[in-house]
Design a protein around this ligand. Sequence first.
Ligand code: ADP
Ligand code: ADP
Ligand code: MG
Length: 461
Amino acid sequence: MAIRKLLIANRGEIAVRIIRAARELGIATVQVHSAADADMLAVKMADEAVHIGPPHAAKSYLNIEAILAAARQTGADAIHPGYGFLAENAGFADAVEAAGLIFVGPTGDQIRTMGDKAMARKAALKAGVPCVPGSDGRIDSPEEARAIARDIGFPLMIKAAAGGGGRGIRIASDPEEFEALMAQASAEAKAAFGDGGLYVEKVIERARHIEVQVLADGENAVHCYERECSLQRRRQKVWEEAPAPTLSPALREKLCASAVALARAVNYRGAGTIEYLYDDRTGEFYFIEMNTRIQVEHPVTEMITGIDLVREMIRIAGGARLSYSQSEIGLKGAAIEVRINAEDPAKNFLPGPGPITALTVPGGAGTRFDTMLYQGYTVPPFYDSLLGKLIVWDETREGAIARMARALGELDVGGLKTTRPLFALLAADPDVRAAKVHTRWLEPWLEENQQRLQEQEGTGS
Ligand code: ADP
Ligand code: ADP
Ligand code: MG
């Protein structure tokens, strides 16, 4: 059944992104919003808007009943969850289908299996995908935990089965610390995710974060190559690129094939990302998790493949088969994305929402800015601080970095402190330029470069 009217159960730049894809497909759009978001760009762009509750996300963007009521009221026949919020909530996917609507994403059962990180590990092992050495599934008792710790050795990573967004992860370096952190981590995971379940993994030191984009229609699955997101702060990505600069063609083939095998093994439907850690000293890669939704950094893949991933996920949800066979998906050039947040990198990334007094957006060849901003908009304090994503493409990685530096120079967000100065420095950094980075590279760099970040402040937003 082709979709005629799509409700967007999200906010910010991703809501704008989804409306654009829907409009090009000739699909009408309904944007839901909280009381704090009546002025947001997606509300202005959508054909219809419905107020679903107070600013607090638990009462609006996470309020399943209010979202379903908005769909009924407007006659929407499908719901796109974006990322974050309800995007990986299996109960929401089930409720959408039970209401006779289309969920733009995988089935509830697929989210249940692959969205639970401990269960996803099992599915990956079963599909022959290498995993980080660790527990088989959730850890049920302290005795089991001790036995596994003895087996894999320290340092160990304690991870919440329901975790995400870099939260719910602890590193233990010895047995005493391990016992203490297990108790702490479980209580925190229970509070943050409503599920205290834990599993453990060996710590892969100096690894790169590499992830494979997959598209699947329930029968067939293809990959759209990989992204590298090794520049992270607190396990959250800040700079993403495609392709991974140090991956050999042979390893790329192997890595992407493993992602497709896993998607096929669960009859996956929709867009998904399979995340790995890659050790470039040994050439080994290890599955860490699957995100059963569109990801923040999807545009870099769109730039190197020419595929509109959001359009494709909407088409698949409407019942279409995959538009591409694997041999039709090529990789060209290099793309980089940076996350422009309303945070001050010179003050430990202190969030600073508020009014946008002026706005100059970068443009020109190979330059894309996916944003929620417009001049006169006031960024509300209640949500994630992502304002927009600056994405560039060029034939070579070197060219893309030069283009990023140039585009960052054009960006001016008046009135707010943003992460822009951080990226200007990173684009000039010799290690970044040589792609000599890993997931723990950025944090010490930030310590060492505090002074330079403060100096950059003087030069603009
Ligand atoms: P990962 O969780 O693997 O880092 P992404 O990089 O795609 O995946 O980040 C998604 C995260 O972005 C969510 O888990 C959440 O913390 C955050 N987020 C959720 N909703 C929004 C939103 N509307 N705008 C910006 N960020 C969001
Ligand atoms: P989330 O669901 O929060 O995105 P992930 O499992 O994807 O959690 O891990 C987030 C980040 O934490 C990774 O990108 C990586 O930097 C780090 N990480 C996760 N697992 C390990 C591990 N076993 N060893 C080393 N680093 C890890
Ligand atoms: Mg992750």
